[in-house]
Design a protein around this ligand. Structure first.
Ligand SMILES: Nc1nc2c(ncn2[C@@H]2O[C@H](COP(=O)(O)OP(=O)(O)OP(=O)(O)O)[C@@H](O)[C@H]2O)c(=O)[nH]1
Ligand SMILES: [Mg+2]
Length: 243
């Protein structure tokens, strides 16, 4: 999926020869009543990155999620719950480290694959996107799985380039990407975070990831959320095509 770097605004915050380590990585997430999952997610990040990655949680919880996060040394930014994208937009823009990794705080995403994501950034990619559907995503509810396949087909048709998982929550970005684009979507932010960089010529790579069953309750209504995501895909693709 490599493309020409049409309008990149600086691909790296350090010299050509030095590689990013986990000390250059912020793992960020929206957290909304995730006390069943957050302990595992943050322990995994700590273990896999040797405690080097910093963690930022934008939190709207009324349960013990923020206490657990602080107990793991995470930075917690409090925010009234306003939806996925409002939280995640704040989360990606908060840190200052040169590599930003998003994840959901529901224990579905494999933090064990963080080294692979960092390797791909060090290989020169601007965005590394976890493709849950490659391995089948058996742990995903069938309706969501079908929807995610259809979103990827819709986005691929509108972009003229095949992508396989537009709604994944696990990605790594160079900071220049998250800062260089204005983000407008809420429930559809995850798709927007893939589509706008791709259509602007950034180097984007999908990597297959394992996907686990969710711990705790979903915050997404499959029908309403699905319709919002489809609308975001169409809007964002058209905006990018005619910008
Ligand atoms: N702060 C904050 N976080 C949110 C909000 N809505 C969702 N989140 C978080 O965003 C992440 C994604 O939400 P999920 O419920 O996992 O949505 P999803 O992945 O589409 O749905 P599942 O497939 O059921 O996991 C989770 O970590 C949520 O806690 C919100 O309004 N505020
Ligand atoms: Mg989730």
């Amino acid at each position: 999926m490599s493309r020409t770097r049409a309008d990149r605004t600086g691909s790296s915050d350090r010299d050509e020869n030095s590689e990013f380590t986990f000390a250059d990585v912020s793992v960020v997430m929206g957290t909304y009543n995730e006390e069943a999952a957050i302990g595992n997610v943050l322990s995994d990040v700590e273990r896999v990155t040797d405690g080097e990655a910093e963690v930022v949680c934008v939190d709207g919880s009324s349960d013990r999620t923020p206490e657990i996060a602080r107990g793991h040394g995470a930075q917690v930014i409090e925010q009234e719950p306003q939806g996925y994208g409002v939280a995640v937009r704040e989360a990606i823009l908060a840190p200052e480290r040169p590599v930003v990794v998003t994840t959901d705080c529901d224990d579905t995403y494999p933090m064990e694959q963080l080294p692979e994501f960092l390797d791909a950034i060090n290989a020169g990619y601007d965005v590394v996107s976890g493709d849950r559907l490659y391995h089948g995503a058996d742990a995903m509810p069938a309706f969501n799985r079908l929807g995610n396949h259809l979103f990827a087909l819709l986005a691929s048709a509108l972009m003229g380039e095949r992508v396989h998982d537009t709604t994944t929550g696990m990605r790594a970005y160079r900071r220049a990407v998250v800062e260089g684009i204005e983000w407008t979507e809420n429930t559809g932010l995850s798709a927007e975070l893939l589509i706008r960089p791709l259509m602007r010529g950034y180097d984007v790579r999908e990597v297959p990831i394992e996907y686990r069953e969710r711990a705790g309750e979903s915050k997404l209504d499959p029908i309403e959320g699905g319709a919002a995501i489809a609308r975001s895909i169409v809007t964002v693709c058209l905006e990018e095509r005619f910008r």
